[in-house]
Design a protein around this ligand. Structure first.
Ligand code: SAH
Ligand code: SF4
Ligand code: F3S
Length: 457
């Protein structure tokens, strides 16, 4: 794949658009990888002469970057498409859809059949071809479908327009090889492809020079990252150590690691690297060994607990967050009790809870012993109550402590307040002068609330 060719198209479209004051808007669904892809799409669009608007009616290009990890995303997308049809008819707005959902055949069929006004459809492997697609739509008013169902190459050298100026995400690998039996991601993102360590380091150095303070390394399975040996980096622990040395960066986070790949060298690197935050996301999914086996997670309840305890022993001050699915096919009340048991034992800092959602094409969807909706919801509510009581208890422990907070900006709900996050990713709101934004400062915590802590300087 030739990036130069796309940069040429960026220039060509830029010339056509010059002086027209055109605008784009982008709706992003799904995970941080999709957010990061949207930043690349924004980068290309801005270089083609479009500026960003939050107002759909002002947009000349509307992009939907979709997710399909759970249902309801579909209804959301089709609802939105219904809304923009008229705008396209009236002012010729270009409508483009991309992202994970576009790698699903039944979705493409539905768009072709019922939403044939969409101008551009591109997949997760062809994001970089947006300039060429857009050029063809503008010049030939031709509808474009640019989807590859093979694994794309790792594309380097495209522009990027980031959403934030203090925290940045850097994708280190694409795709997933794990095929957890509930999950659509391996089918829509393809196999694991790691970026060249040199490119990752260059990107982090670059954002550090621009003044960013925090970087999150992204991938579906970051701890199976495989470097090609450039800079002496072949694995994730080595990459972490290299990123830790970059001046200017003060905090490093990463999502998501897989418990099965959490080797000792990764644990040691987290312990040794002062900038790596000591809140680690360790997806559990289920606490039942039986369910974990059918989920194809490749660890047992005991192995997970052993790993978590080993990490806590070796890394002082470590806290954990996790993802949990309730109501996977075959899950009994007893299995669910195992999940609650792990949650009680680990006492997570944060739990992302999901009700199992059948995904077409995954083994889970074909299983006959689907859990009735009411059982799923009953279990979800029970888990939620436990998690919230734990968060409440944990928040109390912060009161009276002094926390290192990276100040991110003004609070969204209250202009008078500044907001930031602790190393453990807790939101801290406090009053203070604006020139603190972008700094890590020590703040005494004076009170706690469900979703934030209050600080006083
Ligand atoms: N690769 C990451 C995250 C993938 S998707 C990881 O392995 O942790 C994010 C989360 O969505 C998953 O961790 C899982 O908890 C949830 N999820 C994935 N597929 C799901 C499904 N079919 N139904 C409900 N939740 C799902
Ligand atoms: Fe999905 Fe499992 Fe891959 Fe995560 S590791 S993306 S849950 S298949
Ligand atoms: Fe969704 Fe794709 Fe991420 S399916 S969760 S946007 S990888």
């Amino acid at each position: 794949m030739n990036v130069e060719e796309q940069l040429d198209f960026i220039e060509k479209v830029g010339k056509i658009n010059a002086g027209k004051n055109l605008k784009y808007t982008i709706y992003t669904m799904g995970c941080q990888l999709n957010e990061n892809d949207s930043e690349k799409i924004s980068g290309m669009l801005e270089n083609m002469g479009y500026s960003k608007t939050e107002n759909m009616e002002d947009a000349d290009v509307i992009i939907y970057n979709t997710c399909c990890v759970r249902e309801n995303a579909e209804d959301k997308l089709f609802g939105k498409l219904g809304e923009v049809k008229k705008q396209r008819e009236q002012k010729g707005t270009i409508i483009a859809i991309c992202g994970c959902m576009m790698q699903e055949k039944h979705i493409i069929d539905k768009i072709k059949k019922s939403y044939n006004f969409v101008d551009i459809i591109f997949g997760t492997h062809t994001i970089h071809k947006l300039p060429e697609d857009l050029y063809n739509v503008i010049c030939n008013r031709k509808r474009i479908m640019d989807i590859l169902d093979i694994d794309g190459e790792v594309i380097e050298g495209l522009p990027i327009k980031r959403n934030d100026n203090i925290k940045a995400s850097v994708t280190i690998m694409n795709g997933c090889n794990n095929f957890c039996s509930y999950c659509i991601v391996p089918y829509v993102r393809g196999r694991e492809r790691s970026r060249d360590p040199q490119d990752v380091i260059n990107e982090v150095e670059d954002i550090a020079k621009q003044g960013y303070k925090e970087v999150t390394l992204l991938g579906q399975n970051v701890n199976s990252y495989k470097g090609n040996g450039n800079l002496g980096i072949t694995k994730f622990s080595e990459l972490l150590r290299a990123v830790n040395k970059i001046p200017g960066i003060e905090r490093i986070r990463f999502v998501s690691p897989h418990p099965k790949d959490f080797s000792d060298d990764v644990i040691d690197a987290i312990r040794d690297c002062d900038k790596v935050c000591k809140l680690i996301h360790l997806p559990l999914q289920s606490g039942s060994t039986n369910i974990l086996k059918v989920m194809n997670r490749k660890y047992t309840k005991e192995q997970y607990l052993e790993l978590a305890n080993k990490m806590k022993e070796r890394i002082p001050g470590l806290t954990l967050s996790t993802d949990i699915i309730v109501g996977f096919p075959g899950e009994t009340d007893e299995d669910f009790e195992d999940t609650l048991d792990v949650v009680r034992q680990i006492n997570y800092e944060q739990v992302y809870m999901f009700i199992y959602s059948r995904r077409v094409g995954t083994p889970g969807d074909k299983m006959e012993n689907q859990v009735p909706e009411e059982d799923k919801h009953r279990r979800f509510d029970k888990l939620k109550a436990l998690v919230e009581s734990q968060i409440d208890e944990n928040n109390k422990k912060y009161v009276g402590t002094v926390q290192k907070v990276l100040v991110e900006g003004k609070s969204k709900n209250n202009e008078e307040m500044l907001t930031g996050r602790t190393d453990s990713n807790k939101v801290v709101n406090f009053e203070g002068p604006e020139d603190l934004i972008g700094n890590v400062i020590e703040i005494p915590i004076v009170s706690e609330h469900m979703w934030y802590l209050k600080g006083q300087i």
